[in-house]
Design a protein around this ligand. Sequence first.
Ligand SMILES: [Zn+2]
Length: 444
Amino acid sequence: MREDDPTAEATELLQDLIRNECVNDGTVESGGESRSVDLLNGYLAGSGLDVERYEPQPGRASLVARIEGSDPKAPSLLLMGHTDVVPVNPDGWSREPFGAELVDGFVWGRGAVDMLNETATMAVAFRRLADSGFKPKGTLSYLAVADEEALGTWGARWLVDNERDAVYADYVITESGGFQLETPEGPRLPVMTDEKGTYWSKITVPGTPGHGSQPFRTDNAIVTAAEVVRRIAEYRPPTVVGETWRRFVEGMQYPAELRDGLLKVDELREFCHTLPLGLSRMVYSCTHTTFAPTVIHGGTKTNVIPDKCELQVDIRTLPDQTAAEVDAMLRDALGDLADNVHIESNDDPPTASPTDTPLWECLERVSGKLVKDSALVPFMMVGGTDNRYFRRAGSVGYGFGLFSKRIGFEDYATMFHGNDERVDQESLTMTTQLWEAVAHDLLG
Ligand SMILES: [Zn+2]
């Protein structure tokens, strides 16, 4: 007999997931998510659940558990949590990053908020639903997925492409959102309805080789590349106040001055300079296409004028932007240098789900009971999540969860891929309750 203590179960499972150290550095040999699939398989065993394992590459396993619905026409729900985490530099941590210590009600470790907290609580809720004899009309699935931190190549993307029937659902919930933003009328809980696209570009800048002792009037690829970088950094993309941003700002009940500053297209860029640093970055990214030069390679030897320099630019696109539009912006930024360089880009377009859906209404009802006086606000992920593969396949996909007041937005934002990642047990309890209540409310 298992004792009925969801908080203890979620804490223990989260600690075990952290200790599995499924670090994904982008190489196919990294991750090792099969360790956590073994763990979750063991945890869910004995509940009479239908559990499947998919391992497209050795070590890169994902697990699907399912409670079959009685009505094939009823809408289905997938709770999806990734099991991999990003690398750490332990120097910046005050505790062991993979020690999973429990201190003053906080579990410390890489993945505590991104997103092993949800992966663990989803499993606990799933097991509790199964143990209680939950018989939904629509099918409920749980996916513990590999490789989210490196584009889902061996995880969500692979599963949607190759095992669609095993993972597809009408409604999908995954990271992130649900941190409490205080307003005069009660907390607002962001739901990630939109996700920016990526348009990663490699710019190859040519030059003419020569001797480093005679640089006068040479065609030096690094010098030209420096000018390309300068122009990209100086480029001012247009400000876009989209529907999701407007609804978020209005939902936050900000004082008039702040609200206007955040919504006026002509003034928003200047207004960003007056905001605290972390907030200004977020506001800017939600309202602009962003261009960040992130990698540069050039030259071979100190005494050789380089004939080639390669730049990589991380471009993030706004909803509805096409590849052609973004390419035109990049060329506009480069000006007369655009024709002298070679540009190679990979377009991974933005995705979004509407808010007038039964899942939105369900989350509003359920979280309203768990967080007093709360209401939902739509928000845009400026990074990418596995939701994009499901939205493209036809699902309504949201990023959501719940956090107690012990974790504010600033904490959350700095811990994401940052140092001293940790989550409190009250948040784990709330999130477990959320998943159980959503399953009952939505699937009946
Ligand atoms: Zn994540």
